[in-house]
Design a protein around this ligand. Structure first.
Ligand code: SF4
Ligand code: SF4
Length: 151
């Protein structure tokens, strides 16, 4: 499975221009590692404490996160600090990583946001002959009756 996803990711990523999108930068909370903070501080010609004061807060897990959504460094749909962008920014949408099956839920959370994920998943469904089935083994018909709606 990983090999198929790697190939589809390469094909789809080559056909999609992230600078015309920027959806992840507009919607995701970005975790920041200590080395990310050092690299971005240097890029911005700030000390690391100055950088943290201005742009960083502590997330619930204790990790550093950006203190705004969209990200401070988004200019239009482009990253204004691209060379120094954070590790998570470099890796998203993570389709080059192993164990796609174990990360499927985390990937599908972003299915509607990220055109790369959307297209890779749709191509993957085609290649694997995926058909949605209910627990009794019957095909699930596309119908509004299958969608839970609030009372
Ligand atoms: S640092 Fe750049 S790539 Fe990362 S979220 Fe901010 S704008 Fe996007
Ligand atoms: S949401 Fe996906 S397609 Fe859009 S900029 Fe981010 S990685 Fe690129």
């Amino acid at each position: 499975m990983d090999e198929i996803v790697y190939r589809l990711n390469a094909e789809v990523s080559a056909a999609i221009d992230c600078t015309q999108c920027g959806a992840c930068c507009k919607q995701l909370i970005v975790n920041i590692t200590p080395s990310d903070a050092d690299r971005m501080s240097t890029h911005l010609q700030l000390s690391t404490p100055q950088f943290k004061d201005k742009f960083v807060e502590e997330g619930s897990s204790g990790m550093m996160i950006m203190n705004t959504i969209p990200c401070h460094f988004l200019a239009g749909n482009k990253c204004s600090a691209y060379e120094a962008r954070f590790t998570e920014c470099r890796e998203f949408p993570d389709l080059h990583k192993p164990n796609f099956r174990s990360r499927l839920f985390a990937t599908l959370i972003h299915y509607a946001m990220c055109p790369i994920i959307y297209n890779v998943v749709e191509e993957l469904k085609e290649e694997t002959g995926f058909t949605p089935k209910s627990p009794d083994g019957n095909l699930i018909e596309a119908s509004h009756e299958n969608i839970d709606t609030p009372d």
